[in-house]
Design a protein around this ligand. Structure first.
Ligand code: ADP
Ligand code: MG
Length: 338
């Protein structure tokens, strides 16, 4: 089919816990939407995906359910995840051209069974050929590091479900730590804070907005006070309250400390030559969690290593996975299924 042949529909996918990004060969990132699905409870038919489904989150009735099919970095609901991926691919290929080749990334701490699930999902979504790459490797390539060189780079990718820490050299991950504490856990800490200290229930979207707007891990030059709306747990009525950035910082501290401790563990497990490379070059932060105010400084203070926040941290993994798709032979060594 010469006509169809003119279009390349090979794609690269960052199937994240929080956001799904799709890169199309020759075009760049063509889709960037929350990994959220609203479906009909009785028929299990998908009603909305992505941005549209996110607007419905916390506002649905009993006939509809809004879920995030990815949890802790892996597929939690296969049927819904597959449906979501199919719908996203349909959106960017106008439905009539299934993707031929898909490069898709997975957390580095993933099991063989979990890998199989990602591969099956991509195949069921129409792929003829599926290639897997680990997320921190994709992030490193995405931010322009030379992953093939004989020196070490440390990537800390903080997504919704997992914090992935990896030392990369000579096209491989020499050592890494993956913990299931990341952005979602930070959001949940804020929900817990309001429940425990204000007798108030707030929604996930509200808590996430608070985290992104006033969340911090180091004292701010000017601490601020914001108004928060939710439901009074005792009276059951809507409630408005005030909270300071200092209180939010305290609420975030426990999971933040777990993430920093994981970075320290990864540094302890790093061979001395690579350690010295990392001290020279610094640690690179990617993923949405890299945007948490003061996190770079806090890691610097606690580890003594320079820290850089990647440019556009939310798309680093997708850009890297895209580069691998564009230059498959150059990057063949970084693929997980050789
Ligand atoms: P994933 O790869 O798991 O889909 P992402 O890299 O897309 O995750 O990052 C999403 C996470 O980043 C979410 O938990 C989100 O709340 C968080 N995030 C996004 N922007 C900010 C911000 N400005 N401050 C703190 N966290 C943020
Ligand atoms: Mg990610």
């Amino acid at each position: 089919m010469p006509f169809f042949g003119m279009f390349s529909n090979d794609i690269a996918i960052d199937l994240g816990t929080a956001n799904t990004l799709i890169y199309m060969k020759g075009k760049g990132i063509v889709l960037n939407e929350p990994s959220i699905v609203t479906y009909d409870v009785t028929s299990r038919k998908i009603v909305a995906i992505g941005e549209e489904a996110k607007k419905m989150m916390g506002r649905v009735h009993k006939e509809l359910n809004t879920i995030r099919p990815m949890r802790d970095g892996v597929i939690a609901d296969f049927e819904i995840a597959e449906g979501m991926l199919k719908e996203f691919i349909k959106k960017i290929t106008s439905g009539f051209m299934p993707a031929k080749r898909i490069v898709i990334c997975v957390p580095s701490g993933i099991t063989e069974v979990e890998k199989r699930a990602v591969r099956d999902t991509a195949e069921k979504a129409g792929a003829k050929e599926v290639f897997l790459i680990s997320e921190p490797m994709a992030a490193a390539i995405g931010i322009g590091l030379d992953v093939t060189a004989p020196y070490g780079n440390m990537i800390v990718d903080i997504g919704g479900g997992t914090t992935e820490i990896a030392v990369i050299a000579l096209s491989g991950i020499t050592n890494g730590v993956s913990i299931r504490v990341a952005g979602d856990e930070l959001t949940e800490s804020i929900i817990r804070f309001f429940r425990a200290n204000q007798n108030m229930l707030i929604g996930e979207t509200t808590a996430e907005n608070i985290k992104c707007q006033v969340g911090s891990v180091m004292p701010l030059e000017e601490e601020i006070i914001i108004e928060v709306k939710g439901r009074d747990l005792v009276a059951g009525v809507p409630k408005l309250t005030e909270v300071s950035s200092i209180e939010i910082r305290e609420a975030l501290n426990a999971p933040v400390q777990q993430m920093i401790d994981a970075v320290k563990v990864a540094l302890e497990k790093t061979a001395p030559e690579l350690s010295s490379d990392i001290l020279d070059r610094g640690i690179f932060l990617t993923g949405g969690g890299a945007l948490l105010q003061g996190l770079d400084e806090r890691i610097r203070v606690e580890t003594g290593v320079p820290v850089h926040i990647a440019e556009e941290p939310l798309s680093a993994v997708a850009r890297g996975t895209g580069k691998v798709l564009e230059e498959m032979s150059k990057y063949s060594k970084v693929l997980l299924n050789r």
